[in-house]
Design a protein around this ligand. Sequence first.
Ligand SMILES: Cc1cc2nc3c(=O)[nH]c(=O)nc-3n(C[C@H](O)[C@H](O)[C@H](O)COP(=O)(O)OP(=O)(O)OC[C@H]3O[C@@H](n4cnc5c(N)ncnc54)[C@H](O)[C@@H]3O)c2cc1C
Length: 425
Amino acid sequence: MKAKRINIWWIRRDIRLIDNAVLNKAAQEDGEIVPVYILDPSMFSGKGQEKKLSFIFRQLWDLNRRLSTFGTAIMVFHGKGSDVFRWLKSQFSQAKIFTSLELGYVGQEMLKEAKKYFQTETVFEGYLLNFDRVRSKEGKVFRTFFHFKNAAYKWIEKMVWKEEENLQFKWYSLSTPSLYRIDGYRIEKLDFSLESLGLPEIQLYHEGAIRSPEELLKRFEMVLPSYNKLRDFPAKNATSLLSVHLRYGTICVREVLKWALGKSNSTKFIDEILWREFFSYLLYHYPESEFQDLRRNYERIWIKPSREDLTKLESAQFGIPIIDAGLNQLYLEGFVHNRVRMIIASYLTKDLQWDWRIGERLFAQHLIDYDPALNVGNWQWNAGVGVDPKSMYRRFNPFLQAEKFDHEGEYINRYLKAGPVGYQS
Ligand SMILES: Cc1cc2nc3c(=O)[nH]c(=O)nc-3n(C[C@H](O)[C@H](O)[C@H](O)COP(=O)(O)OP(=O)(O)OC[C@H]3O[C@@H](n4cnc5c(N)ncnc54)[C@H](O)[C@@H]3O)c2cc1C
């Protein structure tokens, strides 16, 4: 008997059914669609991952609820990409994989593994622009936000806002979601829960991770008029809180842009969305910058932190209120307000002169919205080794910053008093 044609929808930055270029592409090919998500342990190792995993798992549950109305279900794998693809090949020999772009070393390595077993199509999903096309007249990659932004606006003007195509998806029939743990050739079917992987599902505190993207957009509608004025004040809750959803594609970035273009007073917000594009564009073109300075700065000499210094970092006890409050927010919520992220990054890399990779790794572990491109881009920018040479001389005094942006001490009080101080593993 001829094996069924299968299209594996390998979900990465697109945990949604609506306006999903990967899914739409898969649907154009002959065959039934199998939704697959892989939790590769190398992406989730180290302390502080449980908030991220709890968030992802909830989104997968939600996606599965929607899929069940079409008579299909999600297959989730916990294991190394290489083991997962080998097993998938044994089940679906005639399959083709469709997936989104995933920047960063781990994502790229997983893609290489997929390609060993399957014909694989990577779709530019998760971003507004096709990074191959955004170039200067001379064909060069932009290295300043100003020039990138000008070019990006030209592409945005040309964007065609397609109505959602009513593609008839042909799904592979599955009645319940499945969770498999794979280790080499050993595969084990588990209950569909984080607990069955020995990982705690925990309560989430970050509002952006608790609310759905639709609720957040509705909330942001009220906040947007004062975004320009209040976005830097951490206690004011005056930003969109959409970063976690943009990261995992539970909302489409095109939808967010379209929403913003239709509103007055949204320029600053659109700029931030373009910063997201810019840092992603840089990592796309300079993948080595995930680990190395994008712009070598030979003036920078890093000081190695002592064990005592690292304890201060891990227990949020530097004795500088805005820094300790920000670290507490990170450990408790897996989120930190942007202004406070900048203050922490400046303090660690400029005042203490620690290698930017120390803070970058800490954020990578704890942030629910952790994104290699945005995290590395921002850490390097703040350390003065990124794209902006001026940032070398820009240093935030944490006391003056607190005075200016948290004048009443509302943010500091909230997070210095919140819960146990520091992260408890
Ligand atoms: C040291 C440092 C590390 C960071 N690491 C990450 C990270 O790993 N993941 C992440 O999503 N953001 C990161 N950021 C950017 C920013 O802090 C968060 O995106 C923002 O705080 C999320 O809140 P929001 O969604 O309410 O933002 P809004 O102000 O509502 O902005 C809307 C969206 O624009 C994008 N954006 C906003 N600020 C930036 C920025 N500085 N750079 C790039 N994109 C931006 C985000 O996608 C955000 O959701 C980092 C910033 C710093 C200074």
